[in-house]
Design a protein around this ligand. Structure first.
Ligand code: PEP
Ligand code: MG
Length: 882
């Protein structure tokens, strides 16, 4: 036997001495079945060293012997008029992109037509002739195209496609053979053996000239089996488990006595003969164990005998299905825990954390694509163009029992809009980017957010590319973690997430097992988020933005009173109202995060975010003043105060600790509220670990002042430490240990870290502001010109999502300098970058102790951190290879 031709069957694989590349991809796949001793159709492979030389070698005798071997196994004989065995030829390239069609039905010649027809019927037989002809004419057409010889055949191929769609076919099998005989050498439809040799030679000729093959293609020849060989036959396809839920149960269909699989309704694979079901389950689950993934399998049962046709990976499987499979493999010790943790791309977890769009349900809806993902997921709702409008519509919908899903559509959002974001399913804005207000708040509340600079709103109408919509119209936002976001006009349908059923919690526990010195905390400021994040594996709160606690409707006006206070007395009054609100919030937050660190960031409010932004909002505030203060305040007076606070550049203005330098009573109120809660919880025997964090610090003196106070002639500044001491004395209670630290979010602070560390026990890198101030790019305005920067390759990626190298350098340097002063300095990162898996490895290598991110990103960060930890241990990996 020529050493370049390889036989295989269920009982015998190709010799292991043969290099797998010689068999091509399809040949290798067939041989894998043989090696697994699965019921694979027997066959032979003309390997890559011979497949394109068949014109010059005589393989006639060998082919005959091999066909005899196949016959013995399948019980049909090539060329036999009664029970003919037909063959398929598969071009088995080593290129995944090979476009050769499968070539079917060799051996279908006039002497066997009657025999074949008695099994499958006339209609099917006629179609099979057309398939045979189409395959060969495709080869001929490509050959003519490449050599430039002979008349082109594309017209003929089109005609064949049309004939193949005809049902029933216009002519009989023999008539078609007569009609197409002119395209083949004499005897093509007369003699089965001759037909095969003619076909092989022709295909080989093409392979020799087709550059795509580069003499790297094999030919796989196997008998054909048919699922319509009477009532004991069927064929079908299935997945090794449910590709949506991950349940270990075959999912698919089989077709019995049908013309073809597309031609009729299939039956559930679970209803197939139990003997075959058991056999198929055994095969499917062996394949899962071998490939460690869900597989798709096609089979045919011909006269009660099961044959596997093909098996391959599955593209459209859910994250949940993959997790379920991996956990199952780990439970049965097929893979270890490290394998499970490394197997999943962290961002895929978004799919089980948020609702996803049912792609089958968007057909026919008008679509706009583009924009910047603020918070991934999918949302459906009626569009409203103002917070007031949306809240009003939501209230009405609730009263009337109507659909309460809404999408907030605005040029940009501010503090006053948070209440609408909270009740909406999603938010669509024109301005900003990943770290803009709408995006940050949406992520915090687990809502979907999309920034679409193309959005324009005029009155009650808005335009987004080809979509024009009015207030009250339905929109669907589709913001995937990967790929381009889209907006659909109308309501699609959603698939809701079920994290508890998805295996997520087990996966997180497994991932956390690999994290020794690195943690993931949560950015949260309400107990609901804290509880959620804890269930997702958060080890503490890394950032509690206290200004976000004033966003609720009943608080924002008191907060405005505080900001707009005309005198110290007025400010004090407002602060006294805010203190119990804060105290109760802190109490609930500390309690929900019992036993773990909670970092409370003192107020950092760019004041413009809290001011009324529209006439409606202003009027509402005036109404509140009148009602609460029982005195009429003129619009002009309030406008004048707002104007007085107006800043040219609020993000670099009077914000963060700078406000507290001017108004120490604000932070004093917050400190008292924190410790009111802390002492009460201590009495209730709840373990609290408070960390107080000062924002927008630029030098050590600021932190020193705010933490420890200062006495100068004529002025006295009471710092955090003294406020706590005074409260303790007042309440006559024992101290609870706490830490004071700072955010590092200005380059000056990073450079001055050695000094700053003298007054703070921890650093938390606020990379939203640190990126903004290092690059000098506004975090809220970058989206507007980012496309131009991307177009000309001036920037790689979005620096507000993936850390810029200069920002990384500042972080690494600050950690190093800070720890020279204070070796046990705890360092974390709490900007939006903490949620991006691509930044985690750097954070670990820079020596950070944790990252902190929004609740829904916690599992993603944990998985990414565990993967980075595991990768460190891999050969050739090490520090500096992020
Ligand atoms: C930051 O600047 O990264 C940060 C976390 O603070 P904020 O986003 O609240 O300014
Ligand atoms: Mg900041």
């Amino acid at each position: 036997m020529d050493k370049r031709i390889h036989f295989f069957s269920q009982n015998q694989g190709v010799s292991p001495k043969i290099a797998p590349e010689l068999l091509g991809i399809r040949g290798r796949q067939a041989n894998e079945f043989a090696e697994l001793r699965f019921p694979i159709l027997p066959g032979f492979i003309l390997d890559t060293t011979i497949a394109s030389e068949l014109g010059s070698v005589d393989i006639k005798k060998e082919v005959k012997t091999l066909l005899d071997s196949c016959s013995k196994i399948v019980g049909k004989t090539y060329g036999d008029p009664e029970n003919p065995m037909l063959l398929k030829i598969v071009v088995s390239s080593n290129l995944a992109v090979s476009d050769y069609p499968a070539l079917h039905n060799f051996g279908l010649v006039k002497p066997v037509v009657a025999g074949f027809t008695q099994w499958v019927g006339e209609t099917f037989a006629a179609h099979e002739v057309l398939f045979l002809v189409r395959g060969m004419l495709w080869i001929e057409e490509r050959l003519r195209k490449l050599t430039g010889e002979g008349e082109r055949m594309s017209g003929r191929l089109q005609e064949l496609d049309r004939l193949l769609r005809e049902h029933p076919p216009a002519k009989s099998a023999e008539n078609y053979m007569d009609e197409y005989a002119e395209f083949f050498p004499q005897g093509f439809f007369e003699n089965a053996e001759g037909q095969l040799l003619i076909a092989l030679e022709e295909i080989s000729k093409l392979l020799a000239v087709d550059e795509q093959n580069d003499r790297d293609t094999a030919l796989l020849i196997q008998p054909m089996v048919y699922g319509n060989y009477g009532k004991n036959s069927c064929s079908g396809g299935f997945f090794s488990r449910n590709v949506v839920s991950g349940e270990k149960k075959l999912q698919g269909e089989f077709h019995q006595e049908k013309f073809n699989e597309l031609g009729g309704n299939g039956q559930d694979i679970q209803k197939i003969d139990p003997r075959h079901l058991k056999e198929l389950e055994g095969i499917a689950w062996t394949l899962e164990d071998r490939f460690k993934e869900i597989r798709q399998i096609r089979f045919t049962i011909e006269n009660k005998r099961l044959w596997l046709i093909e098996q391959r990976p599955v593209d459209q499987k859910s994250t949940q299905a993959d997790i379920k499979l991996l956990l199952d493999l780990a439970k049965r010790k097929i893979v270890d825990r490290a394998y499970v943790v490394k197997a999943l791309e962290p961002l895929r977890l978004n799919e089980i954390l948020r609702p996803m769009i049912d792609t089958a349900g968007v057909r026919g809806l008008k679509k706009w694509s583009g924009g910047i993902a603020g918070a991934p997921g999918a949302a459906i709702g009626r569009a409203y163009f103002s917070t007031e409008g949306l809240l009003e519509a939501e209230k009405l919908a609730r009263q009337r029992g109507e659909d309460t899903r809404f999408i907030l559509v605005l040029p940009a959002s501010f503090a006053g809009d948070v209440k609408a974001i909270e009740v909406a399913t999603g938010v669509l804005t024109a301005e900003g980017g990943y770290s803009a207000h709408a995006s940050v708040v949406a992520r915090q509340y687990g809502k979907v957010s999309l920034v679409a600079p193309a959005l324009t709103i005029r009155g009650k109408k808005a335009t987004l590319g080809n979509i024009v919509f009015s207030e009250g119209d339905y929109l669907t936002l589709h913001v995937p973690s990967y790929g381009e976001p889209s907006v659909y006009q109308g309501a699609a349908s959603l698939i809701e997430p079920k994290p508890a059923e998805s295996g997520l919690f087990e996966l997180i526990a497994m991932a956390k097992g690999f994290l020794k010195d690195f943690h993931v905390r949560v950015n949260a400021e309400n107990p609901r988020d804290v509880v959620l994040a804890r269930s997702f594996g958060a080890d503490g709160i890394g950032l509690c933005r206290t200004e976000h606690m004033f966003f609720q409707a009943e608080r924002i006006n008191v907060f405005r009173d505080m900001i707009l206070a005309g005198s110290g007395e007025e400010r004090k009054k407002a602060l006294n109202k805010l203190r119990p609100m804060q105290r109760d919030d802190f109490y609930r937050i500390f309690k929900a995060m019992e036993g773990k660190e909670v970092t409370i960031r003192l107020l950092d409010a760019p004041l413009h975010e809290f001011m009324p932004h529209s006439r409606d909002e202003l009027r509402a505030y005036l109404g509140y003043l009148e009602k609460n203060k029982k005195k009429k305040v003129s619009e002009a007076e309030i406008c004048a105060r707002i104007e007085a606070l107006d800043e040219f550049n609020p993000m670099l203005g009077h914000r963060g600790c700078r406000i507290a330098v001017s108004y120490p009573e604000i932070y004093a109120m917050q400190i008292r509220a924190i410790f009111d809660a802390v002492y009460r919880l201590r009495d209730e025997k709840v373990a609290v670990y408070p960390e107080i964090m000062v924002p927008i610090v630029m030098n050590a003196s600021e932190l020193k002042l705010i933490a420890y106070g200062k006495k100068i002639e004529g002025a006295d500044y009471t710092g955090i430490v003294e406020v706590e001491e005074a409260l303790r004395e007042e309440k006559k209670v024992k101290p609870v240990p706490y830490k004071i630290g700072t955010m590092i979010e200005l380059p000056a602070a990073a450079l001055g870290a050695a000094d700053i560390a003298k007054y703070g026990c921890f650093f938390s890198f606020g990379t939203n502001d640190l990126t903004q101030t290092t690059l000098g790019i506004s975090r809220d305005d970058f989206t507007g010109f980012m496309p131009d920067y991307t177009l000309f390759d001036l920037i790689t990626g979005n620096p507000f999502s993936v850390l810029d190298p200069r920002v990384k350098e500042l972080i690494a340097l600050a950690v190093e300098r800070g720890r020279l002063t204070r070796p046990d300095l705890v360092c974390g990162l709490c900007g939006e970058h903490g949620a991006h898996p691509g930044n985690i490895r750097f954070c670990m290598e820079a020596g950070l102790d944790y990252v902190s991110c929004s609740p829904y990103s916690v599992p993603i960060a944990i998985l990414a951190a565990a993967q980075a930890e595991l990768r460190k241990a891999e050969p050739g990996e090490g520090p500096g290879r992020a």
